[in-house]
Design a protein around this ligand. Structure first.
Ligand SMILES: [Zn+2]
Length: 57
């Protein structure tokens, strides 16, 4: 996994699962860019919070 911001490969990956939806969290060591990935598609924090909120209702 490469950082979309600076291209570094020094990226942390944290696997998450909300209900049945797999949402992985990524964080770049070099530029501190953070992003989420939902089954291969990058999603914004807003979308992630939306999914979490819906899963709880
Ligand atoms: Zn980066």
């Amino acid at each position: 996994m490469k950082c979309p911001q600076c291209g570094a490969e020094d990226v942390i990956e944290i696997k998450n699962k909300v209900e049945d939806i797999e949402i992985d969290f990524f964080s770049c060591h070099r530029c501190e860019e953070k992003w989420w990935d939902r089954s291969g598609e990058s999603v914004s924090l807003r979308e992630v919070l939306d999914i979490v909120r819906k899963s709880k209702s």
